[in-house]
Write a protein that binds this ligand. Structure first.
Ligand code: HEM
Length: 462
């Protein structure tokens, strides 16, 4: 008997049933939103609980994946077979880790993995603490003057600062910040489903040139520091004088056991000494990739946390000075607002999923946003209840995936949690926060973010 094809008979080719627009195209998303039907609502309506839901999307077949067991099959155990399509940001991030596939991706990931897992993560602590102090100082100043602050802007400055320090071992200045933060406008301006040669809108070319110039200058400076310190000797001088860069505040020559210098850039330059694949172009691509992947999600998650805490002042009070409660707030925020709300894959070859045939070329739209709001998985799913975390009974695989799962899961999970816990903990223990206008509506673009700024009045706790 021939197995049933996943797109057969679920959503018939019926003009009354809209076919899904290309979710990667912001203008289409905007048009759907303007018509009062955000794409996520369409997906939610089309979802058939417990089953795979098929669509026709443009000329291609697409399947919505929300059931934890299906998520686990596609991203987890099937992570090597359901692959990423060419990333729309490829003209910006080139061959960096986010877009790389196959053996190139494996070796790029292996190179940086140790810096973001296990003991490797300790090297970033002092950067994160220094960047958090800057925001605390800014808020203290605002509190003194009685001026509101824009939380969306403050959290973004913080996450660009932490990632820039980690990439280059140098603090962020205002001019560099402007050049780096422009990546979100560049990403937004890129046409959907582009191949490598797609042209950028002319108004974005200047922004891209400024970004490239920053990156190449950082590469040149790090290389000369390395040469001055004697290449291969390892660290070179750290901007804060702590040459071991492991964040423990000492200068004991401990190189975290992996022999790397203090920054990601040092690690990439060291690789270039033995591996010809690491050209300046690839080093630049990897830096821009970590910037793109590394700052927006953390900044938006922190902003969402303040949106939710503002609606739940009792939770805000409980979290002040309680590190475990802060962690739970962030985990629950990531459940309700996973910034990577839609993770697209496609079947490279014919596959079977849950007894159904997935023809080669089918798109699979894994939707953490809907999985996280499935009442079968999360009781009272729309409510903000940080006490759910840490979860008492182990979750089904695929039930919670703000950082993705499987081989392509987020490289920066621990980095992100650490930086978010540090800043949120520091701010909540010192200030009370009250927004001055309601938060904007959620925007389901490449990232899930609240629209517009988030102005708040902050006061020193007495
Ligand atoms: C709250 C913060 C963050 C969230 C919610 C988040 C979420 C994610 C998700 C869902 C993916 C997987 C995408 C997919 O499967 O298609 C991912 C990948 C990735 N993330 Fe993050 N991320 C965050 C912060 C960071 C940070 C701080 C860094 C860097 C330090 C980072 C670096 C990366 C990289 C390099 C990848 C690609 C990994 C690969 O393809 O091998 N992320 N992230």
């Amino acid at each position: 008997m021939q197995s049933q094809c996943v797109t057969d008979g679920m959503l018939p080719d019926d003009p009354a049933v809209p076919s899904l627009p290309d979710f990667l195209d912001d203008s289409v998303v905007a048009a759907w939103s303007a018509s009062g039907a955000p794409l996520v609502d369409l997906l939610r309506q089309a979802r058939t609980p417990g089953r795979l839901t098929g669509f026709r999307r443009g000329g291609r077949a697409a399947v919505l994946i929300t059931e934890p067991r299906h998520v686990h099959q596609v991203l987890g155990v099937g992570g090597d077979r359901y692959v990423k399509r060419s990333h729309r940001a490829r003209p910006l991030i080139g061959d960096g880790m986010l877009t790389a596939t196959g053996e190139a991706w494996r070796s790029q990931r292996r190179l940086l993995q140790a810096m973001f897992t296990g003991r490797g993560i300790r090297r970033w602590e002092h950067h994160i603490a220094a960047a958090a102090d800057r925001v605390v100082d800014r808020w203290a100043e605002r509190a003194r003057r009685g001026e509101p602050t824009d939380i969306a802007e403050d959290t973004q400055f913080f996450t660009v600062d932490t990632i820039w320090r980690s990439l280059t071992d140098r603090p962020l200045d205002q001019e560099t910040y402007v050049d780096l933060a422009a990546v979100q406008d560049i990403v937004a301006a890129l046409p959907a489903d582009v191949g490598g040669a797609a042209a950028l809108p002319p108004e974005m070319e200047t922004a891209l040139a400024a970004l490239d110039e920053r990156m190449h200058r950082a590469i040149a400076e790090a290389r000369s520091r390395r040469t001055a310190a004697g290449a291969g000797a390892g660290a070179g001088a750290s901007a804060d004088g702590n040459s071991d860069g492991d964040g423990d505040g000492d200068d004991n020559g401990d190189d975290n056991g992996d022999g790397d210098g203090p920054s990601v850039l040092d690690r990439l330059l060291r690789a270039a000494e033995t591996d010809p694949a690491y050209t300046d172009r690839l080093i630049r691509d990897e830096l821009v990739t970590l910037l793109v992947a590394g700052y927006e999600s953390s900044a938006r998650t922190l902003t969402w946390a303040f949106v939710l805490l503002d609606r739940h002042p009792e939770v805000m009070e409980r979290a002040a000075g309680d590190a475990r409660a802060v962690e739970a707030v962030l985990s629950e925020t990531l459940r309700l607002y996973p910034t990577g709300w839609l993770l697209p894959r496609h079947a490279a070859a014919d596959e079977m999923l849950d007894g159904r045939r997935i023809p080669a070329g089918t798109d699979l739209l894994v939707c953490p946003y809907l999985t996280h709001r499935d009442p079968e998985v999360w009781p009272d799913p729309e409510a903000f209840v940080p006490e759910r975390f840490p979860v008492r009974t182990p979750l089904r695989p695929g039930a919670y995936l703000p950082f993705g799962i499987g081989p392509r899961a987020c490289l920066g999970t621990r980095f992100a949690m650490r930086e978010m816990e540090t800043l949120l903990g520091a701010l909540l223990s010192r200030f009370t926060v009250e927004t001055t206008e309601p938060a904007g509506e959620p925007v389901f673009g490449i990232n899930l973010r609240p629209a517009g700024p988030l102005y708040a009045r902050v006061r020193e706790r007495t």
